[in-house]
Design a protein around this ligand. Structure first.
Ligand SMILES: [Zn+2]
Length: 385
């Protein structure tokens, strides 16, 4: 297939090319300048890599807005958080129906792939078979067990049983597990990721119970990535940098929960690979256009400097960076990469078009999404809905 009459953001630096993309067997085989005859007229759309939502929980979609105003722990901390109660008490068909809506919404927002942390991977897979799914156990340990470093083999068995059917293990945090249990989980040899340092009280609890911060305990396990790190303590970023551990930030959800702004400029300056996620659908719309715009504005606000972060750095956080972190062969328009493509039609909200990447980060939204392709196959067409 040849997609012609396109404006293409090519490569990791988003070089603007007017031309065409050839797709063969789901891969980009050629990108070229100029007008040639093709099979699909892109109608002068801007084609960018499909967006990747690096962190989301879709099963709580059923409880949209119901937890607003609750503190983080009351809301999501296993095993007694409000979210866990909702997941236990709602019929599974209702959970899946709401999760399917969230997946469709993501597609209409230009998202071609997402990484889901799920308490019930079988249900998450019913909503989308292609998603990266990390098993998040609900069986956890209490503070006394964490403080005395008690091993809980049942948790390790549960994680093993469920996670081997998934893409990895995604723990709610180190706070709910002893180091002995965490080490056994890490020894399972499956890809491991953890929420860490989302807010100050959980960091303080970790210090009180174990003498170490959440980040220090998490980094010892050599995880593939950490989620949040909104409130690192003194040496935490150093531990992360030393082991080159990527971080997935969820700034819009953090802001809603009042837990702070992740120190993304510190991460970038120290060479940490950063991606963005939208986190719990019950709190936050799964929309990376909103996430990008919010991040750009909040970083300028925090640093009191309008030039702190570049639009290209932000766009890479929802394309190339998450692909690298999650081991995907997409996230960039280059020959040989998977043809996960987002076609944006610049309506009047982006016209006249100035800097293309800045317009995408600061102005684009679902109205601009004309077509979404995954492996060269159209998964969303705005004319059909
Ligand atoms: Zn999360």
């Amino acid at each position: 297939m040849i997609i012609h009459n396109a404006r293409i953001l090519y490569g990791a630096d988003f070089e603007l090319i007017r031309g065409y993309i050839k797709v063969e067997d789901g891969l980009i085989s050629e990108v070229g300048e100029g007008s040639i005859r093709g099979d699909l007229d892109a109608e002068n759309c801007i084609i960018i890599p499909g967006l990747i939502n690096a962190h989301v929980h879709i099963l709580d979609s059923v409880a949209k807005e119901s937890g607003i105003g609750m503190a983080l722990e009351e809301l999501v901390r296993p095993p007694y958080g409000y979210k866990q109660k909702i997941l236990r008490s709602t019929p599974k068909e209702k959970l899946v129906a709401a999760a399917c809506d969230a997946v469709r919404e993501m597609m209409s927002n230009g998202i071609t792939s997402f990484c889901e942390f799920s308490n019930d991977p079988a249900l998450s897979k019913q909503a989308n078979k292609e998603a990266k799914i990390y098993y998040e156990p609900t069986m956890v340990q209490m503070d006394d067990d964490v403080a005395t470093n008690k091993l809980n083999p049942s948790i390790v068995d549960d994680v093993h049983e469920h996670a081997r059917e998934c893409d990895g293990i995604g723990l709610s945090g180190v706070g709910e597990f002893s180091d002995a249990t965490l080490e056994k989980i890490a020894d399972l040899g499956l890809p491991l990721a953890l929420h860490a340092a989302e807010h100050i009280p959980s960091q303080q609890r970790s210090l009180a119970l174990t003498g170490k911060t959440e980040v220090e305990r998490a980094v010892k396990l050599d995880p593939g990535f950490l989620v949040h790190v909104t409130n690192p303590f003194e040496d935490d970023i150093g531990y992360i940098v030393k082991k080159s551990i990527p971080i997935i930030c969820c700034p819009r959800c953090n802001a809603l929960l009042g837990v702070g702004v992740p120190p993304i400029m510190d991460f970038l300056e120290k060479g940490v690979l950063v991606a963005l996620g939208t986190d719990n659908v019950m709190l936050n719309s799964p929309d990376l256009f909103r996430e990008m715009e919010f991040l750009s504005r909040i970083i300028s606000h925090v640093h009191r400097d309008p030039g702190t972060i570049s639009a290209k750095d932000i766009l890479r956080m929802v394309t190339l960076n998450p692909a690298r972190i999650l081991g995907m062969d997409s996230g960039v328009i280059l020959e040989g990469k998977q043809a996960d493509l987002l076609f944006l039609r610049p309506h009047r909200n982006m016209s006249p078009l100035g800097d293309v990447v800045s317009a995408i980060v600061h102005r684009a939204d679902a109205r601009n999404v004309w077509r979404v392709m995954c492996g060269g196959r159209t998964i969303y067409d705005s004319s059909v809905g």
